[in-house]
Design a protein around this ligand. Structure first.
Ligand code: PML
Length: 272
């Protein structure tokens, strides 16, 4: 497909579920009209069967997206960092973020936001040097939204991803990270799942790609969240508009680098 291709009109479908105002789950896609019913059912089932509990509110929003508005981006390349324990996972987070140019104050601020159980349902935006929180509108953060994947890129992912990597959760997280990384001003992202039974997180950036970090937290811990590290020169309002509202379609599979990569290789100067 050439970059001149203009999409037909598509639909953005988004689900969010909560219990007494506390975030339970969220998911989304950009799809054709024929797929809307099936996707809506899938999202509702996911909301009702989540390890964070039963929601008392599920909202599914469906909106037409005009083809001309859609931006094309590639999926970030994926790899899994070889990690054997939680301490090594924390060292990997620090080393990868350092390599992406993130200051140590910002790394500590991000970990504090994620670990305090603040109930983020979107991403917290923090200054990549000082760690100052830049999204001030709500403690829940900014939802990175309106992204989908073309069939060919999806087929590339499915063909290359073995076993656990093929989970919907992983694909959705890489898609979200790819949209975030495509925004001018986002230097890197750190994500730790808020699912108590899921202990793999990731660090991502344009240079590093999507680096999965096993054992990033203890089993049973339901604290988690996403932090985007923002370059201080960014226009924060334009960035928030892009993250929330600009529809993007992933049109290229970025590859799976290596199933397990050593940290030293990942933070080589080529990536930093
Ligand atoms: C979540 O959906 O809970 C976030 C998952 C992030 C890590 C996914 C992965 O295993 O790559």
């Amino acid at each position: 497909m050439t970059d001149e291709f203009i999409y037909p009109d598509l639909y953005s479908i988004r689900m969010r579920a909560s219990h007494m105002g506390r975030h339970i789950s969220g998911a989304e896609g950009i799809i054709t009209e024929e797929l809307i019913d099936g996707k809506a059912i899938d999202l509702i089932r996911r909301a009702l069967n989540h390890s964070r509990g039963k929601p008392d509110s599920i909202t599914v929003t469906i909106e037409r997206v005009e083809g001309v508005e859609i931006k094309k981006i590639p999926l970030l390349p994926i790899c899994t960092c070889g990690i054997t324990n939680e301490e090594a996972a924390r060292r990997a987070v620090a080393a990868l973020l350092r390599c992406a140019g993130i200051g140590s104050l910002a790394v500590s601020a991000a970990l504090a936001i994620i670990e305090c159980g603040a109930g983020l349902s979107g991403a917290a935006l923090v200054d990549a040097t000082t760690g100052e929180r830049l999204d001030t509108e709500s403690p829940r953060g900014i939802r990175v939204s309106r992204f989908g994947i073309e069939d060919e890129a999806l087929a590339g992912f499915e063909a290359a991803a073995p076993g656990l990597l093929r989970q919907t959760r992983v694909l959705e997280a890489v898609m979200l990270a790819s949209k975030a990384a495509s925004a001018g001003g986002v230097a890197a992202e750190l994500c730790i799942s808020d699912n108590p039974d899921y202990t793999t997180g990731y660090v991502s950036s344009r240079g590093l790609g999507y680096v999965r970090i096993p054992r990033i937290k203890k089993e049973g811990d339901s604290n988690g969240g996403r932090v985007l590290f923002i370059d201080k020169r960014a226009d924060i309002n334009a960035l928030i508009r892009y993250l929330r509202h600009t529809p993007v379609m992933i049109n290229k599979f970025g590859g799976i680098n290596d199933l397990i990569k050593e940290l030293d290789g990942l933070i080589s100067t080529d990536n930093c």
